[in-house]
Design a binder for this molecule. Structure first.
Ligand SMILES: Cc1cc2nc3c(=O)[nH]c(=O)nc-3n(C[C@H](O)[C@H](O)[C@H](O)COP(=O)(O)OP(=O)(O)OC[C@H]3O[C@@H](n4cnc5c(N)ncnc54)[C@H](O)[C@@H]3O)c2cc1C
Length: 259
């Protein structure tokens, strides 16, 4: 099995986010960055498949110089080699553009399986998987919560809305977007960290991939990023029970207007 895993570097979900002056992204100074959560489960699923069937796991990211860290972490966990899509012109990509760039970098390698997370924790678009599958003309299943390899096929369980699931069989090659919690993602071992240092991280630019400015042109642009207005407030009423009851009646009558 030759498996590609896409991993995005995103701000840690515990970060305190501030919106930048241009209101088009967050202030990145002093942010802690980490691998997108669902991508870590996609990597684990790939490593488990490789351990069961042998083969190769190739991790791939697109981002600024700092994003190379997610590749090093994945190589330390057991991935075999990495592709780093690194070009300043990639900074304006929307999901469609990113799908075109990933498609160019993965197409010639003829992977049996491409795995990625169900969505990126920073932008939350959940579009890259289906768009990349379309670019590569592959069958795809989103929100996968279980995989089982059959003879040359893959049986997967997909999460639907409202607590429902469905079971689907797909031919390989295929693309899956993985739901968080499908497995227990491993930590890198000391041996893995040492081994990582000798593994290949291949950098590819737009020119290396034969992409021109029209391939990278976004169809979607972010107009404005803002914090949601605070419209609800919890008020704690204090005092003796009679005083609290009187305050409550007052508020129900004059603020909530339900009495
Ligand atoms: C269990 C569960 C809980 C959820 N909870 C929330 C929630 O609390 N809040 C919230 O905002 N959202 C939630 N969602 C997500 C929400 O349902 C989806 O965002 C919404 O249905 C729109 O999704 P979608 O447009 O990405 O695709 P869907 O309409 O859900 O997908 C239909 C099909 O179209 C495919 N598809 C989706 N996008 C594309 C594309 N760009 N190109 C080609 N094919 C595409 C999908 O792969 C899928 O096979 C939840 C989803 C699930 C499954």
């Amino acid at each position: 099995m030759k498996i590609a895993v896409l991993i995005k570097q995103v701000p840690d979900t515990q970060s305190v986010l501030k919106i930048n002056a241009a209101e088009n992204w967050v202030v990145e100074d002093n942010l802690v960055f980490t691998a997108n959560e669902s991508d870590t489960y996609a990597l684990e699923e790939a490593l488990l498949m490789k351990e069961a069937l042998s083969g190769e796991v190739v991790v791939c990211t697109l981002g600024p110089e700092r994003a190379g860290q997610v590749l090093k972490d994945a190589l330390a966990k057991g991935a075999d080699r990495a592709l780093f899509l690194r070009d300043d012109t990639f900074s304006q990509l929307d999901s469609g553009g990113a799908a075109r760039v990933f498609a160019r970098s993965l197409k010639e390698e003829k992977f049996d399986l491409i795995l990625l997370g169900l969505q990126a924790d920073d932008t939350g678009d959940a579009q890259l998987g289906p768009m990349l599958a379309e670019e590569l003309n592959l069958p795809h299943v989103t929100l996968v919560v279980h995989t089982e390899l059959l003879d040359g096929r893959l049986k997967v369980k997909q999460e639907l809305e409202g607590g429902w699931f469905q079971h689907i069989e797909v031919d390989l090659p295929a693309l899956l977007t993985i739901q968080s919690g499908i497995n227990k993602a491993r930590y890198a071992s000391l041996r893995g960290i040492m081994a990582m240092k000798s593994k290949e991280i291949k950098q590819l630019t737009a020119a290396d991939l034969g992409l021109n400015s029209s391939d990278l042109m976004p169809d979607q642009t972010l107009q404005r990023l803002y914090l949601p207005p605070k419209i609800k407030e919890t008020v704690f009423l204090e005092g003796a029970p009679e005083e609290v009851a009187a305050q409550l009646v007052e508020k129900l009558a004059h603020e909530a207007k339900v009495l």
